[in-house]
Ligand binder design. Structure first.
Ligand SMILES: [Zn+2]
Length: 467
């Protein structure tokens, strides 16, 4: 490839506040009933006044704290003017010259700015009666993040998106579901024959999965390269992503900031962050939970494989349960943490009752597995019984007949019986057929109803047969 691609991302995320950005309507953009959460303010009736939602501003500032962005002291809201049926005021309240945040970094990608605006309503054109508009989404707080143009391949862009989604969820400020439009990614892509130089920028919209982000970028790089090879001149434009044909298509020539005639909204007072006590650094810092990057560092310290860590930290239920398990085990029985990670990521994944399992009971079970007092098969059978269980796990293991027998003296009579009952298999093993050993161990597990330690059974079989 003789061209150098450069990619910058713009990401919108619907914030999960109680109410909308500038009115008291419930923030429920996906409500089943259309136009259920509307009022004169979000319908732009004449004479109404917008009041900024402090919770939404706090969420943006909290995000800034997590990514090390610079918090503005002075900020204001601007009107972004354009006409469209889904925008009742004929302008969108957004931020232009004074965004709440500038700078910061996530996943090694530098951020340009983060600002706050209101979402538009939603039009649909499916009805035979004509086009319809649902205003439940109009005025929902929307955080817009812009990265520096420092990405050079599709995979890095996809990874950034996934990490951002995880962070938004960890901070509890957005559900960030791409399919629901709670998180929307737009990619600005250009290619140039000269490294470090930017070519003509094309913006791709309507991308609704991380996989599609990657595919759209790859498609655009190839399309632009072919155009330049053919001697064509690329135009600055907005293109849509068509999931069915896996290709982009021209939508409109790209507007510039000038086209929107931004100006400060005269109805909204200016904001001086330092005058608001809830927005002090110390107050915001207290609201920051353990971030994904920190969790990875801690869990890698227990030698948990990276893939298992990702499975756990990307699932809210598993993540909080595992955090309690680690804090309980980490103090005294840290060598069982890795074992616990395996059970949590495989056996408890997708278990909707996970919050009904007492982490200390689960820890005690892990310690018993670690000490070979209960086998892995028995432990797996026991997991469903841990829901709402508050007693002593050792008693439960014993009453279920799952105490693991690792005592060679106690197991010897059973081993002798296996050898006596299976003379032909024993002969095959003596003749060098190693695989038959598995069958014989299986007989022992069956006879002991899963309670025998399979390793001890195997060792005993080998030593008894060779006698
Ligand atoms: Zn409203």
């Amino acid at each position: 490839m003789k061209y150098f691609p450069t990619i910058g991302l713009e990401v919108h995320a619907e914030l999960s506040t109680q109410s909308k950005m500038f009115c008291g309507c419930k923030n429920e953009p996906h409500a089943a009933e259309v136009n259920d959460h509307i009022c004169p303010v979000c319908l732009a009736h004449p004479g109404t006044l917008p009041v900024p939602n402090q919770e939404a501003v706090g969420m943006v500032l909290k995000f800034g704290q997590a990514v090390g962005a610079t918090k503005a002291d002075f900020s204001e809201f601007d009107r972004k003017n354009y006409f469209y049926p889904d925008i009742p005021k004929a302008y969108q309240i957004s931020q232009y010259a004074f965004p709440f945040l500038t700078g910061g970094e996530l996943n090694g990608i530098k951020l340009t700015r983060v600002h706050l605006e209101e979402d538009t309503a939603r039009s649909s054109h499916e009805s035979t009666k004509g086009s319809e508009v649902d205003f439940n989404r109009a005025g929902v707080p929307l955080m817009e993040l812009v990265t520096e143009p420092v990405i050079h391949d599709a995979a890095t862009a996809g990874d950034f998106g996934r990490e951002l989604q995880l962070l938004l969820r960890t901070l509890n400020i957005s559900d960030a579901n791409m399919e629901k439009g709670e998180m929307r990614v737009e990619a600005n892509i250009s290619i140039s024959a000269i490294e470090g130089e930017l070519g003509t920028k094309v913006e791709v919209k309507n991308i609704n999965s991380f996989k599609a982000v990657e595919s759209a970028i790859d498609f655009e790089i190839k399309r632009q390269a072919a155009a330049l090879d053919a001697g064509e001149i690329l135009v600055q434009e907005t293109r849509g992503w068509d999931e069915n044909t896996s290709s982009t298509f021209a939508q409109r020539s790209k507007e510039t900031a000038k086209d929107y005639r931004y100006f400060p909204d005269p109805d909204i007072p200016k904001i001086v962050i330092s005058e608001i006590s809830d927005f002090r650094d110390s107050v915001l810092a207290e609201k920051i939970p353990v971030l994904p990057s920190k969790k990875r560092e801690i869990y890698l310290g227990y030698a948990i494989p990276a893939q298992i860590i990702e499975t756990i930290i990307s699932d809210k239920g598993l993540d909080s349960f595992f955090a309690s398990v680690v804090s309980a085990l980490g103090n005294k029985q840290s060598n069982a943490v890795q074992l616990a990670a395996n059970y949590v990521s495989v056996d408890l994944k997708g278990n909707s009752d996970i919050d009904k399992i007492d982490p200390t009971v689960f820890c005690d079970l892990m310690v018993m597995i670690h000490n070979k007092e209960v086998g892995s098969r028995g432990a797996k059978d026991l997991l469903p019984k841990l829901v709402d269980f508050t007693g002593d796990i050792a008693d439960l293991v014993s009453s279920e007949g799952l105490l693991q027998n690792s005592d060679p003296t106690a197991l010897l009579p059973m081993i002798e019986k296996i050898i006596e009952d299976n003379p032909s298999q024993v002969a095959e093993y003596r003749d060098g057929k190693q695989t038959v050993l598995k069958f014989l161990v299986g007989q022992g597990m069956k006879m002991s109803q899963g309670s025998a330690d399979p390793l001890v059974v195997e060792q005993l079989l080998v030593s008894e047969i060779s006698k």
